[in-house]
Design a binder for this molecule. Structure first.
Ligand SMILES: *[C@@H]1O[C@H](CO)[C@@H](O)[C@H](O)[C@H]1NC(C)=O
Ligand SMILES: *[C@@H]1O[C@H](CO)[C@@H](O)[C@H](O)[C@H]1NC(C)=O
Ligand SMILES: *[C@@H]1O[C@H](CO)[C@@H](O)[C@H](O)[C@H]1NC(C)=O
Length: 311
């Protein structure tokens, strides 16, 4: 007699649960998608969320994933306990799957591998076998493309070094900025140069003139707000690339120049003095020669000897 009430409670409990399961299973189950759009980077795998709420087993249901393009494309079809992709749109071939272990929990999310830019768009998750009002949901997929920027040294300007940063293949159009080693944004040499290639991908280029700092480390960062996958590259600019006042060299040059100037002026004085002296001497000699000639004429040989001795 003691066990009877317990058994009764159990029976009632099981009955209640069964009834509520049948009820929800038939009409209250809804298809639920993500609150926000799904963002992926080209080349990655992505999950497009879709599930049943409350979570009932979906293994026996039909799950249709389509992309709502101009014409709906069959992305993935699950029916009668298996994938049934005979009419799948070619670009999805071999890239779609459901999570088999998750189906019994009502999780009918789609896995899409190796996402491409052309996969972007609206995807419909539809469960036609449900009897409820909400049998479908739409998931927006945004696909971006990101690439590491490349930095090069473009030359010098004033006392600074000009750096160039370039990054191509982006989608959507990204922002590019230069930072110093403390993360402060540096004033770039003008706005970024951008161009879009025929495939719709963006290339961005931006120059900055950097001054010498304690680290000489600089960063170029490219980012796109919606896809939020910033990419950055750092560069260390060696000290010797910065143009500088070569103090030693200049002092040396100045000294050399001064010596040359001094030598020139000093030498000039010397030479001009020497020339004057020579001129005087020559005049003197000429004068004496003249005198000698006079004396020769006047006094004969002996006087010449005397005079020569005198000179
Ligand atoms: C569905 O399964 C996927 C893969 O395991 C998981 O990432 C996702 O969070 C699941 N969704 C729900 C609503 O449980
Ligand atoms: C570098 O120095 C010059 C003058 O010394 C200054 O005008 C310029 O803004 C500096 N550049 C950076 C990036 O700090
Ligand atoms: C600067 O860059 C060099 C070379 O990339 C690196 O070894 C060094 O740690 C960096 N210094 C700082 C302060 O970031």
């Amino acid at each position: 007699m003691k066990t009877f009430p317990t058994s009764a409670v159990w029976c009632l409990g099981i009955l209640f649960i069964s009834v509520s399961l049948i009820t929800t299973g038939s009409s209250e189950v809804q298809v639920v998608g993500p609150a926000d759009r799904v963002v992926a980077v080209a080349g990655d795998d992505v999950i497009l969320p879709c599930s049943l709420k409350p979570s009932v087993n979906a293994e026996d249901m039909t799950v249709e994933w389509t992309r709502l393009s101009l014409k709906a494309e069959n992305v993935h079809l699950y029916r009668q306990d298996r994938d049934s992709n005979e009419d799948q749109f070619p670009s999805y071939k071999g890239r779609t799957s459901l999570f088999n272990e998750e189906l019994k929990k009502g999780n009918v999310s789609l896995k899409l591998t190796r996402v491409t830019l052309s996969d972007a768009g609206s995807y419909r998750c539809f469960i036609p076998t449900l009897t409820s009002q909400v049998k479908e949901t739409t998931v927006q997929l945004l696909v971006g493309a990101v690439y590491l920027p490349v930095i090069s040294i473009a030359g010098t300007k004033g006392w600074g070094v000009v750096l160039k940063c370039e990054s191509g293949g982006w989608f959507p159009e990204p922002e590019m900025e230069w930072l110093d080693s403390s993360g402060t944004i540096l004033p770039a040499d003008g706005p970024p140069e951008r161009h879009r290639d025929p495939e719709g991908l963006y290339t961005v280029r931006r120059h900055v003139t950097v001054n010498q700092t304690d680290t000489n480390n600089f960063t170029c960062r490219v980012k796109q707000l919606e896809i939020n996958h910033p990419k950055e590259t750092k560069i260390h600019v060696p000290d010797y690339l910065f143009p500088k006042l070569q103090v030693g060299l200049i002092v040396g040059l100045l000294t050399a120049a001064a010596v040359v100037v001094l030598a020139a002026s000093g030498g000039g004085v010397y030479w001009s003095r020497k020339r004057t002296e020579e001129k005087k001497l020559r005049e003197l000699l000429e004068e004496r020669e003249k005198k000698i000639r006079e004396l020769l004429e006047e006094r004969g040989k002996w006087a010449v000897v005397l005079l020569e001795f005198h000179i």
